[in-house]
Design a protein around this ligand. Structure first.
Ligand code: GLC
Length: 433
C-alpha cells in the first residue's frame, strides 16, 4: 500500500535540494570512450580485463570532489557503486571484480561517502541492474550485453536467479555496510527485464527495512524513457519515488493521470558522455546549465548534473570550471532554487519564475527597453521587490509609459543596457499575503 505521508516525509529534503552531482566512474575511464564501451564495441571480457589489471587512480581525492560539488551549490551526490560492466567500486564480499582487488586497493565508495558526508551533502549510490561480468546475466540475445551476437554463447546455461541472489546480496551489502544512504539509484529496466523480473518487491522491501528513509528512483520499472507506475495514480511496490528523465527536461514538468505533480529529476551530462570520454569536448556552457537548473525548478524538478572522472581519478578541468561558475551564481541566487518550485504562472517571455511561499523569484534572462515587465505579477499585490544578488531595493515603476499596463509590475534593474547578471538576474518579489 502506498503510504503518502511517509512518502512526503522522506521526499522533503530531496525536493528542497533541487541540485545534485552525478558521478560515473569505473574501469571504462581507461578506454575513455564512455561507460558503454564494452557494449557498443561488443568487446569480449578478455579485452576489457586488462583495464582491471591497470586501474590505478593515483589522483583520487574525493574530498576535492565534494568541495567542488558543495561550492557549486549542490546538495547531494550519486556515484556509481557498480555500472553495467559489473565492476564494483565498493568492497563487495560477493565478487573479486572490485576496486579493492585493483592497484587502487581501496574501497572507493566508502571514501566517496565519507568525503561527501563530511561536506554536509546527502549521499546516493547508483547501482546497475545490468551486469556484463556476471556469468548468470543473459548474454546471447540480450538487448545490450556485449556478447549478445556471439553464437558461442547461445547454448550456455545460465541461472538468472543466481544472478538475482548476487544482485540482491550486493544491494544488501550497500544498505548494511555503509551507514545511512539517502538515495538508491537503480539503472535500468528494458523489455522483459523489468519489475518482478528483478524480484523488485522483495528488493524494495529489503531496502526499506534496512534504510527506511532512503529515496529510490523509478528504474526498477523503466529507464530514462517511460514514467512508471508513479504516473498511473496507483504506484506499485517498486515504483520508486521519482521519475528519472535522462538528457531531457520534461517540457511541462510531470504529472500523474490525476494531474498531481510528480517528483522528477533530470539527469544530464556536461558533455555528451556519462563516463569519461577523452575526446568529447562538447561541454555545455555554465550559463546554459544555470538556466536549465532554473528551468527544472520552475517545473518542480531536480537537476542531477554529471561528471566523469578520468582514469587517474580527476574530474576533468572543464567540469571543475563549469561547477565553479555555477557556484558563483548559486552563491548569490540559491534562494531562488532551494525549496522552490513552479509558481503556477505561465512562463514569461523574458525568463522564468520560481516560487517559495509568498516569494516569487523572477529570473530575468533578457533585457528590455526601459522598465522590465514582470509578466503575471500584479503590481497591486506586490509588497516589495529586491535584487536577489545584493538585496538592494527595486521600486515598482510608476510612470507615464508603464501606466498603460496597470496590471503588470515593471522594475528597472540597471542603469546600463546590460543586465546585472547576463545569465540570469534574479528579482525577488514578496507578495502581499
Ligand atoms: C543510462 C545508461 C547509463 C547511465 C545512465 C544515467 O540509462 O545506461 O550508462 O548511467 O543512463 O542516467
Amino acid at each position: 500500500m502506498f503510504d503518502r505521508k511517509a512518502y512526503e516525509q522522506r521526499m522533503k529534503w530531496y525536493q528542497e535540494a533541487r541540485f545534485g552531482l552525478f558521478i560515473h566512474w569505473g574501469l571504462y575511464a581507461i578506454p575513455a570512450r564512455g561507460e558503454w564501451v564494452r557494449s557498443t564495441e561488443q568487446m569480449p571480457e578478455e579485452e576489457y580485463l586488462p583495464f582491471f589489471e591497470e586501474f590505478d587512480p593515483v589522483d583520487f581525492d574525493p574530498a576535492k570532489w565534494a568541495r567542488a560539488a558543495k561550492a557549486a551549490g549542490m546538495k547531494y551526490a550519486v556515484m556509481t557503486a557498480k555500472h553495467h560492466d559489473g565492476f564494483c567500486l565498493f568492497d563487495s564480499k560477493l565478487t573479486d571484480f572490485k576496486a579493492t582487488k585493483t592497484k587502487a586497493g581501496r574501497d572507493l565508495i566508502r571514501e566517496y561517502l565519507d568525503a561527501f558526508r563530511a561536506e554536509g551533502l546527502k549521499v546516493g549510490l547508483y547501482y546497475s541492474l545490468l551486469d556484463w561480468h556476471h556469468p548468470d546475466y543473459p548474454h546471447y540475445g540480450d538487448l545490450h550485453h556485449p556478447m549478445r551476437n556471439c553464437e558461442a554463447e547461445r547454448d550456455v546455461e545460465r541461472n538468472f536467479d543466481r544472478y538475482l541472489d548476487y544482485m540482491h546480496g550486493q544491494v544488501r551489502e550497500l544498505c548494511t555496510e555503509y551507514g545511512k544512504l539517502d538515495l538508491m539509484w537503480f539503472d535500468f529496466s528494458y523489455g522483459e527485464m523489468t519489475g518482478e523480473k528483478w524480484r523488485a518487491t522483495e528488493l524494495v522491501h529489503m531496502i526499506r527495512s534496512l534504510q527506511p528513509d532512503v529515496i529510490i528512483d523509478n528504474r526498477l520499472e523503466v529507464s530514462g524513457s517511460g514514467f512508471g507506475s508513479l504516473a498511473s495514480g496507483n504506484p506499485s511496490e517498486f515504483s520508486g519515488d521519482f521519475v528519472s528523465p535522462e538528457q531531457i527536461i520534461p517540457p511541462n514538468g510531470l504529472q500523474d493521470v490525476n494531474g498531481n505533480d510528480l517528483a522528477w529529476e533530470a539527469c544530464v551530462t556536461m558533455n555528451d558522455h556519462w563516463g569519461y570520454c577523452a575526446r568529447d569536448k562538447r561541454f555545455k556552457p555554465a550559463s546554459m546549465l544555470i538556466k536549465k537548473l532554473v528551468e527544472c525548478v520552475s517545473k518542480n524538478g531536480n537537476l542531477l548534473l554529471n561528471v566523469g572522472p578520468d582514469a587517474r581519478g580527476n574530474i576533468p578541468q572543464e567540469s571543475y570550471d563549469i561547477l565553479d561558475e555555477i557556484g558563483r551564481w548559486m552563491q548569490k541566487n540559491s534562494a531562488s532554487v532551494y525549496g522552490c518550485r513552479g509558481s503556477g504562472l505561465p512562463k514569461p517571455e523574458n525568463g522564468r519564475i520560481t516560487a517559495r511561499g509568498n516569494h516569487l523569484y523572477y529570473h530575468i534572462m533578457e533585457n528590455s527597453i526601459g522598465g522590465i515587465p514582470l509578466y503575471g505579477v500584479d503590481r497591486n499585490k506586490v509588497e516589495k521587490v529586491r535584487l536577489l544578488q545584493d538585496g538592494s531595493e527595486l521600486k515598482v515603476q510608476d510612470n507615464w509609459v508603464v501606466n498603460n499596463y496597470p496590471d503588470i509590475a515593471f522594475v528597472e534593474v540597471s542603469d546600463t543596457p546590460a543586465l546585472p547578471d547576463p545569465t540570469d538576474t534574479v528579482v525577488e518579489i514578496v507578495m502581499k499575503e
